[in-house]
Ligand binder design. Structure first.
Ligand SMILES: Cc1ncc(COP(=O)(O)O)c(C=O)c1O
Length: 384
């Protein structure tokens, strides 16, 4: 059966994969090699040098393309390296429109690295389409969407933003790190590029740092491949193997992340010591209707603000947690808690951070797949 016709839960395991040609290994071997023997100059079996291509990375790239419903996958040394490759498609003077509630590291590379090369970035609210429409002009070459957003769990309507780029020379890229293709398929909704920090849910075990891009269009894939090879921020064979192994259980892990996420969101909402809970599954979430339409479920990422909370109060809560680990990152099997103002979003100027709702007392949870009763008991004792 062609990979394309498989259901998602089969694609995670078999999509784009064949037993290895050498010995029939079911899992692609870790081809830990930089180079490949040639019989005559150019006489090789498709691989010459591992920056350009490596069989373990190819296996991961084929899997990525399959699960995202794309044609071409590219694996990088980190999520940020994948973002870097997309922005390197642009020329000085080109303009990018992005959301004003963006992962701090994405904001940092846009503002602190690429702005000085003459690329112009606009950060606007993407809660509707008006602010984006107003900023589009003949220099706009890329719209960068992240949904759900990190850490405010805002939902952006991918289809509606894609409609704004129709018949225009504008690429739409979607950071699908929080949702994963288990919940949301940006290419089907009209995006040109899907990006991942595969460090997170795709890898799923907090044991590697990897980035990914998936596209449908051959010309675009060729341009991105050129940047990948020319700039060189590739993903190594061991890391490729780890993410490939992670993807094989993505659907079962995501199902449990969503179940536990729902239980914890409801618990926090019912706790009188909590002021506000951000989770797209609530009916009173401003874009719940869009989340319901474009996502299969609501994921395991939740942010909350304790009542009367302060910077110190939030720090105390995250320090007291025992089953949740206080750490950067998200999307692993273990539950993590973070304090965006001092951790993931510290690189965003305070005024901008506050404008998008990232107050000093905000706490972000990446709900893992442990027993949910233990997770709730842990939150209960930390909040008390
Ligand atoms: C939404 C999002 N995009 C991109 C990144 C960057 O990915 P990486 O840390 O793999 O470079 C992160 C990392 O936290 C993220 O949360």
């Amino acid at each position: 059966m062609a990979s394309k016709d498989l259901k998602f839960n089969t694609k995670t395991i078999h999509g784009g994969q064949q037993p290895d040609e050498a010995y029939g290994a079911v899992m692609p071997p870790i081809y830990q090699t930089s180079t490949y023997a040639q019989t005559t100059p150019g006489g090789h079996k498709g691989y010459q040098y591992s920056r350009s291509a490596n069989p373990t990375r190819t296996a991961l790239e084929n899997s990525l393309a399959s699960i995202e419903g794309g044609e071409f996958g590219l694996a990088f040394g980190s999520g940020i390296a994948a973002i870097d490759a997309v922005i390197k498609l642009l020329e000085p003077g080109d303009e990018v429109i992005s959301t004003d509630d963006l992962y701090g590291g994405s904001y940092r590379i846009f503002k602190k690295i690429f702005e000085k090369f003459g690329i112009v970035f606009h950060f606007v609210s993407m809660q509707g389409t008006d602010a984006v429409r107003d900023k589009i002009n003949s220099k706009t070459k890329l719209i960068w969407v992240e949904t759900p957003t990190n850490p405010m769990m805002n939902i952006i309507d991918i289809k509606a933003i894609a409609a704004l780029t129709k018949d225009k020379d504008i690429l739409l890229a979607v950071d699908n790190t929080f949702a994963t293709p288990y919940l949301q398929m940006p290419l089907e909704l009209g995006a040109d590029i899907v990006m991942h920090s595969a460090t997170k849910y795709l890898g799923g075990h907090s044991d590697t740092v990897v980035g990914a891009l998936v596209v449908k269009d051959k010309e675009l894939a060729d341009k991105l491949y050129f940047v990948q090879n020319a700039s060189g921020a590739v993903c190594g064979p061991m890391d490729s193997f780890l993410v490939l192994r992670g993807i094989k259980t993505l659907h079962v892990r995501m199902q449990r992340h969503c179940e536990n996420g729902r239980a914890i969101a409801l618990y926090l909402k019912s706790n009188p010591k909590i002021e506000k809970v951000y989770w797209p599954g609530f009916e009173d979430h401003p874009n719940h209707h869009i989340a319901k339409e474009q996502m299969k479920d609501f994921g395991g990422m939740i942010s909350f603000v304790p009542k009367g909370g302060s910077y110190d109060n939030a720090i105390k809560i995250v320090e007291r947690l025992q089953v949740f680990t206080l750490a950067e990152s998200l999307g692993g099997v273990e539950s993590l808690a973070g304090h965006p103002a001092s951790m993931t979003h510290a690189s965003i100027p305070k005024e901008e951070r506050l404008r998008s709702g990232v107050v000093d007392s905000l706490i972000r949870l990446s709900v893992g797949i442990e027993d949910v009763d233990d997770l709730i008991a842990d939150l209960e004792q930390a909040i008390e």
